[in-house]
Design a protein around this ligand. Structure first.
Ligand code: DC
Length: 238
């Protein structure tokens, strides 16, 4: 369907703002693939909030900040410049204090440590402010863990995307192998479950489905089907 016909339908939204779409869920559920496709079809901006937590984690790692020192992590996050720059084809470049860290933030070391940084309230507060500012004009597809619950509680469409752990581990391994990192299936499942444990049990903004989110198990559908469900929700007005 042409973008223009979508735009006409959006005119029905308050203040003529395009709706925001929140996509939350655990690691490896396929959020990025789905979110990018939805953004592309609608001509919306794709925002990967996990990349922002990864950038702050990279800074802490490089600076040798003790990850139990929540005060130091909060101060570091407040002082750091973290920018997402949208490229063509829904790719996003991530800049930390002006340096392109797009590749480095995906390394296994950062993947292992990021949950520990993401549990710090001051870090979350700072990044959530930046994320809200990016969504102010509407028309974003924002992916993360707390978007529907905390960052954009008024998002018109909220999706909680999940999948079986073995499927999520399989996806992550393929993604990592494409970047030259090889991890066996059991190790990957273990790491994914450990990240789930930290993300769902942290005190501040834990990973949880918003009460008004639609829960979709991505193991039961193709990517195209999930994208179709979300687009239909948008067209139906949320
Ligand atoms: O989606 P990802 O794997 O790149 O996310 C990296 C980490 O950041 C993950 O441990 C969860 C955390 N995160 C979060 O706590 N809140 C978000 N909105 C996005 C990611």
């Amino acid at each position: 369907m042409a973008i223009t016909s979508f735009c006409h339908r959006f005119m029905g939204y308050s203040m003529n703002l395009k709706p925001n779409i929140a996509i939350d869920g655990p690691a490896g559920a396929g959020k990025s693939t789905v979110a990018k496709m939805v953004a592309k079809k609608l001509g919306f901006l794709y925002i990967d909030t996990g990349a922002m937590y990864r950038a702050v984690t990279l800074k802490a790692y490089r600076d040798g900040v003790n990850l139990d020192d929540t005060k130091a992590l909060g101060e570091m996050a407040a002082a750091a410049s973290v920018e997402l720059v949208a490229g063509h084809d829904q790719s996003t470049k991530v800049f930390l204090n002006g340096e392109d860290v797009t590749e480095e933030i995906r390394s296994p070391d950062i993947s292992r440590l990021v949950s520990l940084v993401a549990r710090v309230p001051e870090v979350r507060k700072r990044l959530a402010e930046l994320q809200r500012a990016m969504a102010k004009q509407g028309g974003v597809v924002m992916e993360g863990r707390d978007i529907g619950t905390v960052v954009l509680p008024d998002a018109r469409i909220k999706i909680f995307l999940t999948a079986l752990p073995e499927e999520r581990a399989r996806r992550r391994r393929i993604e990592l192998a494409a970047k030259g990192y090889y991890i066996n299936q059991r190790q990957m499942e273990k790491e994914i479950l450990e990240r789930d444990r930290i993300d769902t049990s942290r005190e501040t903004d834990p990973l949880v489905s918003a009460p008004d989110a639609e829960i979709i198990d991505n193991s039961s559908y193709s990517v195209e089907e999930v994208v179709g469900i979300i687009i239909n929700r948008v067209l139906a007005g949320g």
